[in-house]
Design a protein around this ligand. Sequence first.
Ligand code: PEP
Ligand code: MG
Length: 906
Amino acid sequence: MSEKRVYTFGNGKAEGRADMRNLLGGKGANLAEMNLVGVPVPPGFTITTDVCTEYYEKGKDAVVALLKDDVERSMKLIEDTIGKKFGDPSNPLLVSVRSGARASMPGMMDTILNLGLNDEVVEGLAKKTDNPHFAWDSYRRFVQMYGDVVLGMKPVNKDDVDPFEAIIEQVKSQRGIKLDYELNVEELQQLVKLFKEAIKKQTGSDFPSDPVEQLWGAICAVFGSWMNKRAILYRKLNGIPDDWGTAVSVMAMVYGNMGETSATGVCFSRDAATGENIFNGEWLKNAQGEDVVSGVRTPQQITLEGSRRWAELQGVSEEERKSKYPSLEEEMPEVYKQLNEIQDKLEKHYHDMQDMEFTVQEGKLWFLQTRNGKRTGTAMVKIAMDLLKEGEIDEKTAIERCEPNKLDELLHPIFDKEALKHTHTLTHGLPASPGAATGQIVFFADDAAKWHADGHKVVMVRIETSPEDLAGMSAAEGILTARGGMTSHAAVVARGMGKCCVSGAGNIHVDYKKRTVEIHGQVFHEGDYISLNGSTGQVYEGEVKTRPAEVSGYFAELMDLCDKYTKLVVRTNADTPHDAEVAKSFGAVGIGLCRTEHMFFEAEKIKAMREMILADTTEDREKALAKLLPLQKKDFVGILKCMNGLPVNIRLLDPPLHEFVPHDEKGQKIMAEEMGVSIQKIKERVASLEEHNPMLGLRGCRLGIKFPEITKMQTKAILGAAIELKKQGLDPKPEIMVPLVGTYKELKLQKEVINKAAKEVFAEEGMELPFKVGTMIEIPRAALTADKIAEYAEYFSFGTNDLTQMTFGYSRDDINSFLPSYLSNKILDVDPFQVLDQEGVGQLIKSAVEKGHKTRPDLKCGICGEHGGEPSSVKFCHRAGLDYVSCSPFRVPIARLAAAQAAVEE
Ligand code: PEP
Ligand code: MG
């Protein structure tokens, strides 16, 4: 806990720095840093994230008492720097109060602007600025924001009407105007009066007129907003711990709404969607920050080039663009020049793409924020590789700049070019976040979540989105909005989530009541299919076929770079040549787990398998197995051929036999007919296979020990397949893996069966071939006795699915019945079946690796449980000294990046 609670900044000086983001939040740290770099920033101060923790421990009053002196001192400093006085009608200082966590959480917490206004101060401000409209507009915005955020007037349910918005609508309709900024001074005064009455009516208290009281209310409300529902959800989605807390930054207000020489905007030093090195952003003349992102007014482009591109996409003529939507570059060339210089300076200073907010007050440019910009997976890779080429960062930094899980976006399918030729383009909007999305239309966030839970793919269509829509956006395949630009809420959040988004499609008309959207006269209802191309902004009718993505261009360069540093290699879990092929194209260098049981679920094979299960004698069983052998061999030929020259680790039959027989009457009847036996016999056999704990029953090597002929058949099929390929001049590298071993004796016995079968097949084929025998380590006892097991195993593959199940004693199939309570009670931070439990399960892995190596120094160790594709688990595997991880094909690039990061971090 830091002793110092408040850090001031202003006029080129600051008590904080960029590397203090844990304490000052990203915003507070960068406001300090910008001062130190010489960027114009209004003076202010930041209250630390530690105080947020104190707020939740000690309560509001205690925290106010602790902060009082520091805040008074800091407010005085702002007053002196800027030459204005808080609460003084003759020369008033107004401030903004903003949240800022360690990791950026855009729009999730609260902000209060224009604080310090009351009935006297507003008059003073009007006089001082000679602009009563500006003063009263600021005042009505302040009362509204303060009412919503601090006094709890914001409606909780989507169907409830915001009391303030209702009042604004009422006043506007009385006067027959449409837009907020058309309200005149008397109407703004009327609004303030009505707002205050509404507050009194709903809360029972008067609106606080004392600026100091306002300030404390706002500071505490921002701390309070750390625990609002949407912030909690956002943290959950992004893996941000609840105990980090938010900082609070208080800063002198500057105004972008003081007339024609004032403006406000948001800009990026590179394109956050594509990663292209193009300065871009949006601005509005005579407006405040929220006007740009709220989607109420159409924001204009900052650069001329961007403006022309925008106009083309929107179908706006050059003439109309110039008169109605000119760029900042054209409108305020001097300001633009300075802005462009500073954005470049900030990017070079931070060596990363910056997302910046600025305000122009009567011709003077102020920066309000800079942060490393959120970006799509595509942009993430391109920017990292470009910065590397530009010499801004080194190779290791480029690897560390990429977030493994975000690569997932690059692996998502894209629209099939052929299919697109036959698709009708309905309209287009802005390409806010790339990707291909196809799904059924829904209009509300909770419907999106519900439909998604029921197994539907949905596209959420909204006039605009707000932070309340987060859960729905996360559940949807894509988001389409009628309003809002590239920096609208929908666009920013979708890019952060890697979700496809088309925003600002002006030609769509959404009717929430009827649950329809009309596009050029065509009406679509909830449930109709629609498709979005987030890379071009196109909106298509119906479902459009997609095809798999490929690793090429920058992505391939990044992967090559990873290979330069990585120590762990990445294999894949694949049971079919198709999956193996996909994984190979993503860079897998072998198969770490081929689950042979998955090969039995085809009609012919399941029949032979059932005959084997039904057999009463070894002889009958061998007959059935003889039928299975050529079928299995064919499978192995396919997979070994595809992975020619690379190791293929094939696991002997693992699951309990009851998984192969039907449990319903109808299925049993069909099986009886097929097998030519009575249904009674089938029923008896099914009953005899039933177990109380099938996961702990007759499965894994226990099957091979009870029925060695199964192990023999599988060995002959594997090695027979390999020999067949070898005879064709190929280079198959089979490995045979024994599952669910708990004692070395099990492995010893199975190995004898394997070696005997190998001899037989070599003699039959007249050819020998090297192969390895290894085991899964997935039972705690196996991990604990790994030294003995290593005497018989040439390699270990950690089956962390079962190892987690048996170490925790949680059923891997039923954890969801109690996981939510375990998460909310903080017994677990994450699902241990997704993220490896390094503390417990990890200990078993580490010690097994050590023990195994003592017995057999060249023992190869890998992991093939689900964790093999999860970044933090992959990094653990690196540290534990494993040789490889194996994961599903689409996780291969993610694991490659995580493995390289682990090596770089070391
Ligand atoms: C494991 O247990 O981690 C494993 C890979 O095997 P399976 O999931 O097939 O039980
Ligand atoms: Mg297992």
